[in-house]
Design a protein around this ligand. Sequence first.
Ligand code: ADP
Length: 566
Amino acid sequence: MELSQAAKAILEKRYLKKKYGQVIETPEDMFRRVANNIAMAEENYCKHHVAEMTEAFFQIMTRLEFLPNSPTLMNAGRDLQQLSACFVIPVEDSIEGIFDALKVAALIHKSGGGTGFSFSRLRPKNDTVQTTGGVASGPLSFMKIFNVATEEIKQGGARRGANMAILRVDHPDILDFIKAKKDATKYTNFNFSVAITDEFMQAVAVNTTYGLRNPHTNKIVTELLATDVYNAIIDMAWHNGEPGVVFIDRINGANPTPHVGYIESTNPCGEQPLLPYESCNLGSINLAKFVNDNKEIDWERLKYVTGTAVQFLDNVIDMNQYPLESIAEVTKGNRKIGLGVMGFTDMLIQLGVGYAEDRAVEIAEQVMGFIHTEARNASKELATWRGAFPNYKGSIYEQQGLPLRNATLTTIAPTGTISMIADCSSGIEPLYALAYKRKIIDEESDMQINQHVKKLLEEHGINNKNLLERISERGSVQGINEIPLELQKLLVTAHDITPKQHVRMQAAFQKYTDNAVSKTVNFPSNASKGDIAKVFNLAYETGCKGITVYRDGSRLGQILQVSSVT
Ligand code: ADP
């Protein structure tokens, strides 16, 4: 199978089996190991499917049409056998509860998963502690401990842990939380998001106050002007991209199993809202592989890969070894999976459509709508012979008379590493730069040029070395006279696209995604706070489940940098 140099390097460093420090499996062996292991779940239902599904899983992975999330690639068929990327762990308002959560998080990080927590149940700073007569430290203080613990647990040498910290906007410590990452050296292993309620957004709209509630006593302790808090969030988001926000009422409005629990947090990158103790495994279809020679989408193949991927991800739930019995219980009760896409921009380039064009939004809806429908069909079909998910009774699907095998089907993940393995554009993001230097595992690699961009430039006879050098210096082709205008329109980067267009694309994908969508909305460095506020409002108005912004140059250690900046 064909893999890029970067892909080989990542696989060797983190994914392939090693003995005494030596790599002892090839990438093909790895996919064989994963396919063999995941197809074993077929034995639970229909033994004669095993060989056929092993081959089907092997094919879609080695053709780079579909890849599961990193923990599945790393751990399937090995001792760890921990296959999920996403977990949410509840944090109770007691010392035992806090340290129980810390222990579970440590176990999850060791196995390559990421953890999300809501700290909203913790009593605020300076509240009383009855048993000792002392005062409580508050959520932010305990989060420091989680941060240090994460720092110390290198994930089996594979990757450092990632956490999401969520605090409800009506928690009394909210202003401290919003400002906590002003010092960039603090809480480095956490992404921060404020859980915003509809009540809060209404208070912002009419410029009134709202109540802050002590979760311990369940009493309103003070009121704040909603716009002051909203402006504080926007101020910090402008400053360094954090906190993001999640629209928690909207997330719970879409909760498929409200009878099982309330959703209070998401996984680290925000795309997967989960119940307490719930985990979810993700996988992504590489859309770059579904454009045929006539520059049309190969719907038949996309349907096949979607169905096969759903079966793969459903099998993962059976084959997974869970770090805790309570996690196994909730996860197996709902059987959530998160099938998404990557290589969306590569698909657009092959179709001759620029990311900022209206047509790109239409394609997004068409493709994700198709995947969503086909994934549902596949899950429904699986339910006929494997049974609906155990918590189906009482779920929103029971009301619709739609027995499904999985309580959710679709999620758009960032695909940070698996898109590098597949050598495609990440998730639904536009290209960050047409040519750039990419750090691979702490080492700076050579200049990277997107393969589809390279091909297109060559097709237009653009292979003049100086010109390519200029493109790579700027990262963009906009305003380069030698590049035909139609190409300039097609080859837009994250910076050439307005923030509004970013949100529009996020909303288009969200329409057909059960869970949430990972997307960064890029702003130029000279964007104002007002620009950021407009985009937060737009995300709320257009049905997004959350929003994360990034103003160019506002954070140190940016992972991807345009070559002229490095
Ligand atoms: P990948 O491409 O490696 O499969 P993604 O970038 O799509 O992963 O991230 C998906 C999810 O995996 C994240 O939201 C998070 O839950 C988890 N994750 C990502 N990176 C890490 C990490 N370094 N440590 C722990 N979990 C992670």
